[in-house]
Design a protein around this ligand. Structure first.
Ligand code: ADP
Ligand code: MG
Length: 687
């Protein structure tokens, strides 16, 4: 059944949902709420704390349009227990009238600590006109992951219909897990689980649902992990049966390269390079995960592998998940390889017209090294002799996408070697289970001479001190990042918050050139700003978490992270990895909004104590326990739709045995499971 068969879904809405990977009605059922909002109780304003997302109700005391760099509608709401300021950056004139003093208002939003006490930015609101008590929701409200132009109302409307069809048995939705397994684990059937997750009943176990720890959620996570495991095993079996090009000798060019390098490889780098190069000698396709902390020097290993392929007459494709990262690779590889007579070809979605035809032609003619984004994985990109595929930061690509690229590595029983690089510090114990069927190499040592980043934790109340610190660092010729974080569905509000911070900082630091980068800028604009920062023209870069991965500006030695208490350890670690790359002593200021909760305090403490990504990951797991509201975003493990490797660590243990049982007793379900969760299974069969 296609989406447009639903009421109120036209081609436009369908296209937007397609972009999120939803093409059929059944896909909607697997588009699960990312979280829930509790609109079942009204919170007294006086007891609200920053960070809470709550329903409040009160009378408007005061409302005014405040003119500044940007006009803002400011409303003060009171309920007798306390006061809160509501801010609207985007408003229409009629809203000023709607929100006049005296109006009774019910709002839902995130409470923040503002300069004048508590505030909410762009809360959802409802004017209360009756005299009595308007009813509140009787159950949790699901909040769906979404994209621009797709409001929650849309999601509720379409999932309502999909669920109704499911309950009437009108959708093709097969139970793929054997009853014995479900019984043994006390887990509900597929349809019961989906029903519960999408529309929790009034008496639902709220705490479990919010922590994603309910049996309904666990059941889906289990099914997904199982499907993933089965697909990896299948991929492995197919690969074993295939033949990869043997790349036996290290040609002179490898030695040339090593001699030109301004540094010696660390022991760990030598070891993993050995592991990879010996894989490449064989006709058995390599399927290896290269695991190394931020800054551990994975790129040079990739370069060595690429040179081995080149020397043996094969092409190498190198892909990264973002334009920013891929371009950085292009620069590094060009610097290294041009002197050796190797000219990397660049291909991204932005390369169009004759430039694109030229790039495609060179790839087809056998260009040695090709670097780009996922554009490399698309149709129409034909390699002549692809021998090695290198994927950086793989957690941002799905297995599905990787298959596309791999298939370009020959026909029939031919197969390219594959190297996957990741900095996601998954604990070793989990990595082995998560990447079933892959060999794992670990760089567990940082290059020498790195000065550890000094990390300090400071309350937002000492903001002025922090600003003075930025001024001092920049006066000495250093550069700094100021990272703004907000947990919001809307990139717009996040971008605005960053803009506001940049504006405020400009008032205090008018001698400095302040740049601003966020996810709403076009790729070209982002690149321009990064270039200016890299060139030293921008002293202070105000950014959202877009700079999380791969950005490399050695002269930046100070990082301020606002609202650090909201971020998970993994994300803080990634962010902090942007400094400490040059020769000067670097520092990182974790700023928090007081009061600091107990878990948040422990997280800050660990960040101060250690810079070891693996230790941080282990701690993260320990602190997060079986469920964490912070969710998948924190680990960056976007590989899974439902499961979270850290949160569902308990499930992982039972996967190998369950997978074996399933293959033995219900082999007919294997491909169906893979197709449901991982992608088109026919592609795993090769050709
Ligand atoms: P990542 O593993 O995060 O991708 P990179 O490959 O970008 O790390 O390396 C980080 C920085 O360290 C780069 O500037 C790189 O040139 C440098 N580097 C890599 N290996 C060494 C080494 N053995 N000695 C000194 N510097 C190194
Ligand atoms: Mg890297």
């Amino acid at each position: 059944m296609s989406l447009t068969d639903l009421q109120g879904v036209g081609p436009k809405l369908a296209a937007k949902m397609n972009a999120l990977g939803i093409s059929q009605v059944t896909d909607l059922l697997f588009h699960l709420p990312g979280r829930y909002e509790d609109r079942t109780r009204i919170h007294p304003i006086g007891s609200c704390r920053p960070g809470q997302r709550v329903l409040i109700e009160g009378r408007i005391e005061h409302s005014a349009i405040v003119r500044g760099r940007r006009s803002m509608l400011v409303v003060v709401l009171s309920d007798g227990t306390g006061r809160i300021t509501l801010r609207f950056f985007h408003f229409r004139v009629y809203q000023k009238q709607q929100l006049a003093a005296g109006t009774r208002l019910r709002c839902f939003g995130e409470v923040r600590a503002g300069f004048q006490g508590l505030e909410m930015v762009h809360p959802g609101y409802q004017r209360l006109t009756g005299q009595g008590h308007e009813p509140v929701a009787d159950r949790l409200t699901p909040v769906y992951p979404s994209a621009e132009g797709l409001g929650q109302k849309n999601w509720l409307r379409v999932t309502d219909q999909a669920l109704a069809l499911m309950r009437r048995g009108q959708l093709e939705l097969e139970e793929l897990l054997p009853e014995t397994l479900l019984g043994q684990l006390k887990m509900p059937s597929l349809t019961d689980a989906l029903d519960y997750i999408h529309r929790p009943p009034p008496d639902a176990d709220v705490a479990a649902l919010v922590l994603k720890d309910h049996p309904s959620q666990k059941r889906l996570a289990l099914e997904e992990l199982l499907a993933h495991n089965l697909s990896m095993q299948k991929l492995r079996r197919i690969q074993r049966a295939r033949i990869a090009p043997a790349m036996p000798v290290g040609a002179g060019v490898e030695n040339d390269f090593m001699q030109r390098l301004p540094f010696e490889l660390t022991g760990a780098q030598q070891r993993v390079a050995g592991e990879i190069l010996s894989d490449l000698k064989r006709t058995k396709p390599m399927l290896r995960l290269l695991h190394g902390d931020v800054g551990s020097g994975k790129t040079v290993i990739a370069a060595l592998a690429a040179l081995r392929a080149t020397g043996s007459g094969y092409q190498t494709a190198i892909t990264a998940p973002t334009e920013l990262l891929a371009e950085q690779h292009l620069r590094v590889f060009s610097d290294w390889f041009e002197p050796l007579g190797i000219h990397p070809v660049w291909l991204s979605g932005k390369v169009t017209g004759t430039k694109r035809s030229l790039a495609l032609q060179r790839i087809n003619d056998g260009a040695e090294v090709v670097i780009g984004t996922h554009a490399l994985m698309q149709k129409g990109v034909d390699f002549q002799r692809l021998g090695l595929v290198i994927v950086d930061e793989q957690h941002r690509f799905g297995v599905d996408q990787r298959m596309n690229l791999l298939q370009k590595g020959g026909t029939g029983d031919q197969q390219a070697h594959q190297l996957i690089m990741t900095a996601t510090p998954i604990p070793r114990t989990l990595a082995m289970t998560a990447y079933a069927g892959m060999d794992v190499s670990v760089i567990d040592e940082l290059p020498p001479g790195r000065k550890p980043v000094t990390t300090v934790v400071m309350s937002n109340e000492r903001r002025r001190e922090v600003i003075r610190r930025v001024a001092k660092a920049c006066a000495k010729g250093q550069q700094a990042y100021w990272v703004c974080t907000l947990i919001e569905e809307s990139g717009l509000i996040e971008a605005q918050a960053a803009e506001d911070v940049a504006g405020d900082l400009h008032k205090d630091l008018h001698d400095l050139n302040i740049g601003l980068i966020h996810g709403r800028l076009k790729p070209a604009e982002k690149q321009q700003i990064m270039d200016a920062f890299k060139a030293g023209d921008i002293h202070l870069l105000v950014a959202t978490t877009v700079i999380e991965v791969g950005v490399d500006v050695p002269n930046a030695s100070l990082m301020i992270i606002e609202n650090a208490e909201r971020l998970g350890l993994a994300q803080l670690h990634q962010l902090r990895g942007r400094v400490g790359r040059g020769s000067s002593q670097s520092s990182c200021v974790l700023m928090y909004n007081p009061p600091l909760g107990d878990l948040a305090r422990q997280r800050m403490e660990i960040m101060r104590e250690t810079a070891d990504g693996f230790r941080i990951a282990e701690k993260d797991l320990e602190l997060r326990g079986p469920g964490d509201v912070l969710g998948t975003r924190q680990t960056g493990m976007l590989l899974f739709r439902v499961a979270d490797l850290a949160r569902d660590a308990g499930l992982l243990k039972m996967i190998p045995a369950s997978a074996a049982t399933l293959m033995k007793q219900h082999p007919e379900q294997v491909d169906k499971l893979i197709r449901r969760w991982v992608g088109d299974a026919s592609r795993f069969a090769g050709v």
